[in-house]
Design a protein around this ligand. Sequence first.
Ligand code: ADP
Ligand code: TRP
Length: 321
Amino acid sequence: MKILSGIQPSGQLHIGNYFGMMQTMISHMENAELYVFIVDLHALTSVHDREKLATGTLEAAADFLALGLDPDKCIFWVQSDVPEVCELTWVLSTLAPMGLLERCHSYKDKVAKGVASSHGLFSYPVLMAADILLYQAEKVPVGKDQKQHLEVARDIAIKFNNQYGDTFCVPEPAISETTATVPGIDGQKMSKSYGNTIPIFLEGKQLKKRVMSIETDATPVEDPKNPDNCNLYKIMNLFASTERMKEIHTLYVNGGAAYGYLKLELLDLLNDTFGEARKKKQEYLSDPASLRIILAKGAEKAREKASVTLDLVRDRVGLKY
Ligand code: ADP
Ligand code: TRP
């Protein structure tokens, strides 16, 4: 099974990214042909600061490795190191229906949040389709926000196959029910662009401040509360054991859940879960030359795969004469 997913280096990676995609990808290392990459070309649609993009790319790579991704058990690279993806994007863009792209929420949401509208931002889903189809991916683990982009990739693959004959594998999204949308500290979807994240690698006082600012209601401790509309409860549920969650659930329903104490408990859980990874990340970042070697080796492996598909595509559409 070919499993593929990418992540933008557009800011500090957060626990939404971890549960929505990174953890799933890492868990497939032993049982799949795994493709993991840092999508710097996508990030360029919102990051126009040289330092931020370049540093963000190395950091995102260090994050993945620190969390346990083994580059010998997968193909791990930076998107722009495989230029074949840009040629495929162009070919696919000549088939991608405007109406389909115009319906994409992500473009509209980003513009509404202040990202400058540009042709690149609009055609973002076509580049993403090229990312997926170039490697003939079968399954694509993502958070729920990416579901529509996966539908675009599937539509384009089907359209291409109908027009030119069977060429692309039609990919399936893999969206886990429990972690489809991790809420941010304000209860909206956790996202780098909303300023409401709990970054995986934040620590000390800054992390404590972030956790303590998770928004909760003003119900007194002894009163019953509804766990289903409490984002603290939903975040706790990602980290606490099943037994502990049962106890917490009872406290919510019967009264007695003290938000302040629960936040401190969550802080401990975050430190336990990510403490080791934080140290490892610093080790990777202290040796950027080795990190670049890992990524260059990954890109070499990815290019080999990419060139097989692109060669076929060029032939199918008539670019080979
Ligand atoms: P962001 O919205 O923070 O910029 P990305 O768009 O880079 O995050 O997302 C990278 C991956 O993480 C995608 O698969 C996305 O679906 C997933 N993801 C992002 N935010 C969340 C969230 N709050 N809950 C679940 N998955 C998420
Ligand atoms: N658009 C995805 C996001 O914002 C990132 C991405 C780019 C991606 N190319 C991909 C995800 C290919 C899965 C497969 O999260």
